[in-house]
Design a binder for this molecule. Sequence first.
Ligand SMILES: O=c1ccn([C@H]2C[C@H](O)[C@@H](COP(=O)(O)OP(=O)(O)OP(=O)(O)O)O2)c(=O)[nH]1
Ligand SMILES: [Mg+2]
Length: 160
Amino acid sequence: MSASSQQSVIGPLIGFVRLPHGEGLPLPAYESAGAAGMDLRAAVPEDRPLLILPGRRVLVPTGLVMEIPEGLEGQVRPRSGLALKHGITCLNTPGTVDSDYRGEVKVLLVNLGDEDFTVERGMRVAQIIFAPVVQIRVEERSLANGTARGAGGFGSTGTA
Ligand SMILES: O=c1ccn([C@H]2C[C@H](O)[C@@H](COP(=O)(O)OP(=O)(O)OP(=O)(O)O)O2)c(=O)[nH]1
Ligand SMILES: [Mg+2]
């Protein structure tokens, strides 16, 4: 198995459906044995790259629909290299992909740099991390139970 196609053999199985405009792009894969995220590629047309002007945002298609099982979510997060070199990050980070979402996964990029940035087809624009989620039950109460911290927060435990 090559370094660029690591595949977990014990993790949950997630179905990826490739949309027509995603044809020909590699499926997301773990790029190293211990990678937490799988990179997401831009499924923009070869002849129509996306230009992101400084201060502007664009929604980048990935060409993928994911069947995330109940109990998991997808977190769309920025890539540090793009952030460091170009000021490109995800505006809504971490983006949340719900387990019942069956639309195309998209990446909302923002250009916080001072130069134009071009998103080419196949460029790895973000990464997705799959993580467990719990859905809680809500019970309204008149008073919260007491704790040692109480209402202290926002630096209440000291300055250093
Ligand atoms: O970075 C992201 C964030 C979200 N989504 C998709 C999957 C997610 O399940 C859906 C809704 O996202 P979210 O709940 O964050 O947005 P919303 O503004 O609350 O929309 P909605 O009312 O559809 O829930 O949009 C993405 O493809 N990429
Ligand atoms: Mg929502």
